[in-house]
Design a protein around this ligand. Structure first.
Ligand code: VGL
Ligand code: ZN
Length: 204
């Protein structure tokens, strides 16, 4: 699997039970992520990493409700609780994540005006450089796992596919937020895009 990289998405305390934007059962993916990572030479970790007052926060839009969708210059934006504030404990890598050989930690969502569910492309189209980083290492295929299936995992997987990587999602090593059918919609888009839906047992 030397031409395949594992992308572990947003395994951070704020997305785990008790966190600011807790994904139900999110901690269940940590042992699977650790086990999967042991089988890959190239592992990328991502961190959602927002400055205070980030435009994806409902708190930055007085009068708007949590989880409401609004129109931003770059498209639709769900308004989230404040989460993953840069250099806070909730934004750290999850203490239960053990991937010492991960060679890239990519922080995203740093632009105060623009969200970035995807590890490849910010919501306004700005590249993070991840596709080039992977290509420079001879990577042709990526496997994704982490949080949340229907937001950061799905958007990253769709962009990986768009960038030309063979792409698979290890579904049992992901958990979803599932707002108003977002999980089913995300899988429909991923399957339409030719993204494989695997289980960790198929890989590790
Ligand atoms: C995420 C919502 C807001 C995610 C990040 O990691 O899926 N979701 N920021
Ligand atoms: Zn975020």
């Amino acid at each position: 699997m030397s031409q395949t990289a594992l992308l572990l998405i947003d395994l951070q305390p704020d997305f785990l039970p008790g966190g600011a934007l807790a994904v139900p059962d999110g901690d269940a993916v940590l042992p699977l992520a650790n086990r999967l990572a042991a089988g890959f030479a190239t592992v990328v970790l991502t961190q959602d990493w927002h400055p205070p007052g980030h435009r994806s926060f409902a708190s930055a839009h007085p009068g708007r409700a949590l989880f409401e969708t609004i129109r931003m210059p770059y498209g639709e934006q769900v308004l989230w609780p404040d989460h993953c504030l840069q250099a806070t404990p909730g934004a750290a890598l999850a203490p239960g994540l053990h991937v010492p050989h991960a060679s890239l930690i990519l922080r995203k969502g740093c632009n105060p005006e623009v969200d970035s569910y995807s590890a490849f492309t910010e919501a306004d189209g700005t590249s993070t450089g991840l596709a080039a980083w992977l290509r420079a290492r001879g990577i042709t295929r990526v496997v994704l796992a982490g949080l949340a299936t229907d937001y950061c995992v799905a958007w990253s997987a769709l962009d990986a596919r768009r960038a030309g990587f063979a792409t698979a999602v290890a579904e049992d090593a992901c958990r979803a937020i599932d707002l108003a059918g977002s999980l089913a919609a995300a899988w429909a888009r991923m399957e339409q895009a030719g993204i494989a839906r695997l289980r960790t047992a198929d890989l590790a």
